[in-house]
Ligand binder design. Structure first.
Ligand code: FE2
Length: 360
């Protein structure tokens, strides 16, 4: 199937209980700039939205204001969670109609948004859980973000993020193939790589994962499902707390992970702790790398290598009270994979946290 002509991820929108505070947290810990705001003061009486930006990454945090707003149901079920992975396209109507023709379920018919800065077309389809993909075409629009938003600039202290590397879905038991098929059939994405429960298991818990990507590989969506183990899979813990499938983590790319993670730690971001023993055998496994080995160990950064190069990665603890969404910071040196060599250490570390929460 041909790729649906989606160009790039335009932004990610979260629905949260308190967008004012969420925006503050993401701005202060990750160093994003706030660039725009929408709310009662700008003529939108039903919600507030704050737009944060760092290089090519844009995050939007939205809170419904009235108790009767349907987004409260989303909040009740999922807590603070990703609602929309929005794609930039040239022809919203064409892409939307083709997606629906290929089997996508509509979430929003094409419509125009307009203000004094111009007009934007948008439409949306559903994906896993209560997540949607909005298609937006904003060529020629001269405002700060999208119609309705006013400039509301607060400078952040950039931490070196340049783009989204990948966005991971956790799906329910035996639903991974269904959603991989969805991205293949509707979006024309191909399977980039697959990991089974032999790759991703510890003594206690397991998961399966396949990575779907578009042809230009600037959009990569790993899709996980729980697998049986002695104890509860971390994916099942997510599903229990998110109520349904949803976004498990967003990997943000930094060309200089050591500086980025140093700043994030300084800003109070909490990361998973990796056992010291991981570093005992690491250098034999991955060989020479350019970065400072001592800092890698000190910051608890993980390293992996494939035939094409190596990668450095680290995972935060959950970013809200429910053990659901977290972030990954990733730097690649040729390596296009996802850190298979780190799965065991990583999952043991996640299990430690699961156990502390009483969910293992
Ligand atoms: Fe990842």
């Amino acid at each position: 199937m041909d790729n649906l002509p989606v160009k790039r991820i335009h932004h990610i929108e979260f629905v949260v209980g308190n967008a004012l505070q969420a925006a503050y947290f993401y701005r202060k810990t990750l160093g994003f700039d706030q660039i725009g705001y929408l709310g009662p003061e700008t003529g939108h009486r039903d919600c507030t939205s704050y737009v944060l930006q760092q290089d090519r990454i844009r995050l939007v945090f939205t809170t419904p204001l009235g108790y009767q707003d349907p987004r409260n149901v989303f909040l009740l079920l999922h807590g603070d969670s990703v609602k929309d992975i929005c794609f930039e396209v040239d022809d919203v109507d064409g892409v939307y109609q083709e997606a629906v023709r290929r089997g996508a379920v509509s979430a929003m018919e094409p419509e125009d948004l307009e203000d004094t800065r111009g007009r934007v077309r948008r439409a949306a389809v559903r994906t896993y859980g209560d997540v949607i993909h909005t298609f937006v075409s904003a060529q020629g629009y001269t405002g700060v973000f999208l119609p309705g938003y006013q400039p509301a600039r607060i400078e952040g202290k950039p931490t070196g993020f340049t783009r989204i590397d990948h966005i991971v879905a956790n799906t329910e038991d035996r639903q991974m193939d269904r959603w991989c098929d969805y991205y293949a059939k509707v979006f024309g994405f191909h399977q980039f790589v697959s990991y089974d429960d032999k790759d991703i298991s510890t003594e206690y818990s397991a998961l399966r994962s396949k990575v779907m990507a578009n042809d230009s590989r600037n959009i990569k969506f790993p899709i996980n499902e729980p697998a049986a183990g002695k104890r509860k899979s971390q994916i099942q813990e997510y599903i229990d707390f998110n109520y349904s499938a949803g976004v498990q983590h967003i990997a943000l790319y930094s060309p200089d992970i050591l500086t980025t993670v140093g700043m994030l730690r300084e800003n109070g971001m909490k990361f998973l702790t990796i056992p010291e023993s991981y570093y005992d055998t690491l250098w034999d496994r991955v060989g020479e790398i350019k970065e400072d080995r001592e800092l890698i160990r000190k910051y608890n950064i993980l390293v992996d290598r494939d035939e094409k190069g190596y990668l450095l990665q680290i995972f935060t603890k959950p970013l809200q009270d429910r053990p659901t969404l977290f972030l990954e910071v990733i730097q690649r040196a040729g390596c296009e994979s996802f850190g298979k060599g780190n799965f065991k250490a990583l999952f043991e570390s996640i299990e430690l946290e699961q156990r502390r929460r009483g969910n293992l």
